[in-house]
Design a protein around this ligand. Structure first.
Ligand code: WT7
Length: 666
């Protein structure tokens, strides 16, 4: 398949923004040769309260020459919320739909126009002010995919506060760690959410997290709670006239019994706060390089990093990548399935679409509820033109064959997007042929939390380079480390509170370059294929995790003396976790212990991190100096006997034992 070439179907896009490869090349060339002019032209679409002073872009990308620093449009002031909402409303788009909201339950849906969104945002900005939130303060968000989540994010930007969204699938410990690191003043959440058939009691998780954060020295001052769970009445939750029904699902019973925990001094209901809030709120003009948001991403030391994005550059980059990569035209309906808790949700559910005055779908549910054709049903319902999802979702839906797809009319689709992990050829072809009927273009968008927006097929202003282990540039076809030579507007500026870690993680390995941590291969035509992470990170269903993070959670268990975690390929998730565990002397490795360990990872990190396989290891393969040789463990986990050089191992005999004990794999 790697040799087959698929061209865009001209009948699908009568008037694309970029009409040919030639035109792309021309624009790309200009973005590299005159980046300041290129982005200055784009900046003209937006409102600046004061213009930039000095240079449009100044930076140092070379650690050997001083601290790393990246600045775009320094001196300019603006407000992102103003550019996303007020500007569009003023341009006559007030009645245009910003979001179609589709709930977990197909009966549950609504819509919000630009004008109504602006009113809600202003009201909530006033609520935040009443809670003492000022410019620069951090506001944590732990919420489902509901309209209020977007409202909170934009309300923060309106007053110059910095949002820190934490994916509501993270455990209370993970949330606590993020509250503490960001010193978030306010936390916004909902009572709970139904995800498919499962109930998540979010406020309970928030309470545990706030308590833990307080114990470690940071107290969240206010917690605002959206009442989102349907108010179950007796006839809905129990059988008929309030009669007990033992056949009700345990989750329904849990919902009925759920008492939202409450602290009168700290907690407030969203509706109560919004009721009297004024709907006018003048935007706070902030500097181009003032912080916009923090978003935590896994780090190879185990401690997550608060990636910091700033205002002007991020706006330019989110808006421009959205417009060109998805070829979004006025009147189109766009849908990105990513949760707002990840960077994809930030850039391509909230900022990119709104900056273009787009209409999007905001989907709360899961692809399998109430049936396996839910995604396709939603595309039909809203006549979606651009659909953006992850390979892991495609693979898990492919399993059900074409029948659930064929029940729905997908003829509105024009562009399909893929993000989060490398897409394999089977998944690509199914996406192309079955979902796109062989007519839609597929855009495979490689990027990272850190890059702020898409960076391949080299986007404008992005200069990718392949380096070998010694930092020598690989010209032409070949494989190596994927690095970037200079900043584009959307790139992160620092790690919150830890600029040194920022420099070490991304700029020390190859001075003069931003190192992505991924590898890539350049083919004969110059096209870049991402080969996956080259560091200790792994990617489970598009969620980035570090081996150290998972090892840390497992090592805390009293029965464990030593642990090593590696990634191995998984047919649906892309990669999954394989953990090798050495128990303390005299402690037996039992199925019960294995379950406990798995649960521990779910509780410390979140359910998406639950290991696929936990294997007993009487000892681990190590070098003579005692370093665990993960390379060998990785091969063992894949049942691959091509171990390479094992002469440095202190004791080779353990290898056969581990192969012999390999659990049966699916
Ligand atoms: C890592 C970043 C920004 C997307 C959501 C994940 C991998 C991302 C692709 C792609 C191959 C991809 C990389 C990257 N990745 N997109 N299209 N093809 N790999 O954001 O959590 O910051 O993870 O995801 O390994 O480094 P993230």
């Amino acid at each position: 398949m790697a040799n087959e070439v698929y061209h865009p179907d001209p009948s699908m896009k009568p008037t694309p923004y970029i009409k040919s490869m030639k035109e792309y090349e021309k624009m790309y060339k200009r973005s590299i040769e005159s980046p300041e002019e290129f982005w200055e032209d784009i900046a003209k679409q937006f409102y600046w309260e004061t213009p930039f002073t000095n240079k449009f872009c100044s930076y140092n990308f070379d650690v050997t020459k001083g601290p790393i620093s990246i600045k775009w449009m320094e001196g300019a002031t603006t407000n992102i919320c103003y550019n996303l909402l007020d500007k569009n409303v003023r341009n006559g788009m007030g009645e245009k739909i910003a979001f179609y909201w589709e709930g977990n339950d197909p009966e549950d849906y609504s819509r919000l126009t630009y004008k109504k969104l602006l009113i809600q945002v202003c009201k909530f900005a006033n609520v935040l002010k009443s809670k003492g939130v000022n410019k620069g303060d951090r506001v944590a968000i732990y919420m489902p995919m509901i309209l209020e989540t977007v409202i909170v994010m934009l309300a923060c930007t309106r007053i110059g506060a910095v949002h820190s969204v934490v994916f509501a699938g993270f455990s209370s410990d993970s949330l606590a760690e993020r509250l503490l690191d960001a010193k978030s003043k306010v936390l916004v959440t909902s009572d709970g959410v139904w995800r498919g058939e499962k109930l998540l009691c979010l406020k309970e998780i928030c309470d545990a997290a706030m308590e833990r954060s307080k114990k470690f020295g940071h107290e969240v001052e206010s917690c605002i709670v959206v009442k989102h769970l349907p108010r179950l009445n007796a006839s809905q939750s129990r059988d008929g006239e309030g009669k007990e029904n033992d056949e009700k699902s345990p989750e329904k019973r849990k919902a009925f019994d759920y008492q939202v925990p409450w602290d009168e001094d700290r907690d407030a209901w969203w509706d109560d706060e919004m009721e009297d809030a004024s709907s006018s709120c003048y935007p706070v003009w902030v500097g181009a390089e003032d912080p916009l948001f923090l978003l935590y991403t896994s780090g190879s030391t185990g401690k997550p990093k608060g990636v910091l994005h700033t205002t002007a550059g991020y706006l330019l980059y989110a808006a421009t990548t959205f417009k060109y990569v998805f070829d979004y035209h006025p009147g189109d309906v766009y849908w990105c399935t990513a949760d707002v808790g990840w960077i994809t949700g930030h850039t391509y559910v909230v900022y990119g679409p709104l900056a273009n005055g787009a209409t999007s779908v905001l989907f709360e549910g899961v692809p399998f509820h109430p049936h396996n054709g839910r995604y396709w049903e939603v595309i039909q319902k809203f006549k979606v033109n651009q659909f953006y999802t992850a390979p892991t979702a495609i693979r898990s839906l492919m399993k059900f064959g074409d029948v659930p797809v064929k029940k729905f009319d997908l003829s509105s689709l024009k562009v399909l997007g893929s993000v989060g992990e490398p897409i394999n050829s089977e998944a690509w072809l199914w996406y192309y042929n079955v979902i796109g009927s062989g007519k839609c273009s597929i855009v495979d968008t490689f990027w990272q939390t850190e890059t702020g927006g898409h960076v391949t097929f080299p986007f404008f202003g992005v200069l990718p380079v392949l380096l070998d282990e010694n930092g020598k540039e690989i010209q032409g076809p070949g494989e190596g480390y994927l690095v970037f030579r200079r900043p584009w507007p959307g790139i992160m500026r620092t790690i919150f509170g830890n600029h040194e870690r920022f420099e070490t993680t991304y700029f020390k390995k190859f001075p003069g370059f931003y190192t992505s941590g991924d590898g890539a291969r350049r083919d004969e035509e110059g096209y870049l294929w991402i080969t996956g992470r080259m560091d200790d990170m792994l990617n489970v269903s598009g969620h980035l995790l570090s081996t150290a993070e998972v090892e840390g959670a497992l090592a805390e268990h009293g029965a464990v003396v030593e642990v090593a975690v590696v990634a191995r390929p998984h047919p649906v998730k892309g990669e999954c976790l394989h953990c090798f565990i050495t128990t303390k002397d005299g402690v037996k490795f039992t199925p019960k212990l294995s379950d406990e360990l798995r649960r521990r990872v779910r509780e410390k990190i979140g359910p998406f991190a639950a290991p696929e396989c936990i294997q007993y290891a009487p000892s681990l393969p190590k070098t003579r100096s005692g370093k665990i040789v993960r390379r060998v463990l990785k091969k063992i986990a894949q049942n691959d006997r091509n171990l390479g050089d094992i002469s440095t191992l202190a004791d080779e005999s353990i290898i056969e034992i581990l192969f012999a004990n390999l659990p049966v794999q699916d």
